[in-house]
Structure formats: C-alpha cells, structure tokens
Design a protein around this ligand. Structure first.
Ligand code: SAM
Length: 299
C-alpha cells in the first residue's frame, strides 16, 4: 500500500509501472503495423533484464501484457497514448514553444526520440532513482538527447515548482506540459497541487496534455484491491499502488482558469487511429471506457 512519502526505484512500487508501460511500448514496436515506435523502450527492458527482457523474446507467456483479454488491449492503449502525446508535442512545437515539461517522465524517451527544433529544453521530473536508472541505461546504450535535457529529481507531492525554476525553467515564456500515466498515482490533494503548479508557471500560449481516468465506485475499487492481494503479478500489485481519486476533471479545471481545453475519450481516439475498442474482458473494457485524453492551451 502507498504512504505519503514513499519512494521507489525502477523495479519497485510505482517505479515499476514506468517499466510496465515501457514494456507495452516495446511490444507495440514489434507489431508489423505499430501505432507508435519507441526504440528506447526495449533498451530499458533489456537493461533491467530477467523477465522484462524475456517478455520481449516471447518467453513470458503468462505475463499480464501477453494475455488476449487484458494485455493486448493495454498494449494498444499505451501505443495510442504515445501517439496522442507525440502529436501534441508536434503541435506545441509548431506553435513556437521551446520548453517542455514531462511530469513523471519515467521512461519517456521523447527527449531522445522526437525531432525537436534547435533551442528546445526538455525538463524531466520524477523520483531520483527512476531518473538515475534511465540516465544509466541510455548512457550505456550510447543514446544522445536531441534537445537540452534537464533532470529534476523530485517528488511531485512536494514543492516541485521551485526545483523546476531553479533548473532554468522560464515562467515568462510559453511551455508545454504533460501528465501521462501520472494522475492515478497521486491522491486528489496532490493532483490539485499539480494543476495549480502548472497553471501558475504556464505563461499565455502554453500547452498542456493530460491522461486521466474516471474513478471506480468505492466498493468495486475496495473489492479489486482486496482480490489483488492474492494475485502475485504486476497487475495484482498495481491495484495497491493507485488512488481511486479525482480532484477535478482536467478540462473543466483548466477551462475555469482561462485555458481552452479539448477532451477526447480513449475509445474515440482508438477509433480515429483504427484500433479495436471491443473487449470481452470486464477489466479491459472498463479501462478503455474510463480513460480520457485532454489537451489545453492557455489564452
Ligand atoms: C506509469 S509511469 C508513467 C511514466 C511516463 N510518463 C510514461 O508514460 O511512460 C508513472 C511514473 O510516475 C512517477 N511518479 C508517480 N508518482 C510520483 C511522485 N509522487 N513523484 C514523482 N514521480 C512520480 C513514477 O516514478 C513513474 O515514473
């Protein structure tokens, strides 16, 4: 279970969720017609080794990411999410933004993967051991960032705004932010602090994109957490890492503060990119139906 000041590395607690989604991206990249290709996702899995590397070699048939019921939909979800945020950054860059902030960067490799214009700075915020793993794995691979990349080792439940400013972030210049795969790991109070922090540092013309999920009803969630205690795999552990809370829907919260926000349900986005939205598995169907992708621009 979570505590207010818990910490982790890349293979434990919330840190391992970064590896889980990177593994999903690596599996997507193996498909003949991938929605998005993140070549560094495989690098991270191989750097950890063991079952994470074996998974990519088809040697972990029991891994949750391999199941037809859940894994296949989760991999597609991650691929769609990657594509959505990649396109969002392309648009923000075209609009002239030169400061990117990855809230909970995890194993996001966009600083190394996307074609950034000259003068771009990418700020990556996450817990210290997650950033350390990523730095070491990419250095061992010989990867070079395609933008000025600055790591900010913080807990996003603390005062991360000052740390960001201290690293050179300019609140008087437009910026583009993402919270991809983050909100569910924060209690509602920290979500509020996060949104407030973004709004206070974002100049007019700034962009924001968020992935969010609708909370489940409390009894169903409690049951899920209880059941998961007897399942000793990543999915079982995952239920014990998340907060079933939502401070406020992002589009509404930011619209009330002068941002123009647009929501796209994951289902609609999957249809746009030509991927299946049907699942016979209740958990996968609930996951697909509960996620919304939000983009906003500050006036
Ligand atoms: C599911 S991963 C998503 C990573 C990345 N955004 C992506 O989509 O690949 C969740 C990430 O959130 C980070 N995270 C969650 N809560 C955090 C907190 N309170 N402070 C710093 N990082 C946090 C974890 O360390 C992890 O890297």
């Amino acid at each position: 279970m979570r505590t207010d000041n818990d910490t982790w590395d890349i293979t434990t607690s919330v840190g391992s969720t970064a590896l889980f989604v990177a593994a999903a991206r690596a599996l997507e990249a193996q498909k003949p017609d991938p929605l998005a290709v993140d070549p560094f996702a495989e690098v991270f899995c191989r750097a950890v080794g063991g079952s994470w590397a074996a998974l990519l070699d088809g040697k972990e048939p029991e891994h949750p990411l391999m199941s037809a019921e859940f894994g296949q939909h989760f991999v597609t979800f991650q691929a769609a999410r990657t594509r959505y945020f990649d396109d969002y950054f392309h648009n923000a860059t075209q609009a002239g933004v030169r400061q990117i902030v990855l809230l909970a960067a995890g194993l996001d490799s966009r600083a190394y993967r996307l074609d950034w214009p000259a003068g771009m700075t990418v700020y990556e915020l996450d817990q210290p051991q997650v950033l350390e793993f990523k730095r070491d794995a990419l250095a061992a691979h010989g990867a070079t960032a395609r933008a000025e990349r600055r790591e900010i080792a913080v807990d996003l439940r603390d005062d991360w705004q000052q740390a960001l400013r201290d690293s050179g972030f300019r609140a008087d210049q437009p910026s583009a932010w993402i919270a991809e795969g983050l909100l569910i790991y924060l209690p509602a109070s920290a979500q509020e602090q996060l949104f407030t922090g973004v709004d206070s540092l974002a100049n007019a013309g700034s962009h924001l994109a968020v992935e969010e999920g609708k909370p489940m009803d409390r009894d169903t969630f409690r049951e899920k957490v209880h059941e998961a205690k007897s399942v000793d795999d990543e999915r079982g552990q995952w239920w014990q890492l998340v907060y079933n809370e939502q401070h406020a829907p992002a589009a509404q919260w930011f619209a009330e503060r002068g941002w123009v926000a647009e929501e796209t349900t994951l289902i609609d986005y999957l249809k746009t990119v030509g991927r299946s939205v049907e699942s016979a598995d209740a958990e996968a169907a609930n996951m697909l139906a509960s996620i919304t992708l939000v983009s906003a621009v500050k006036r």
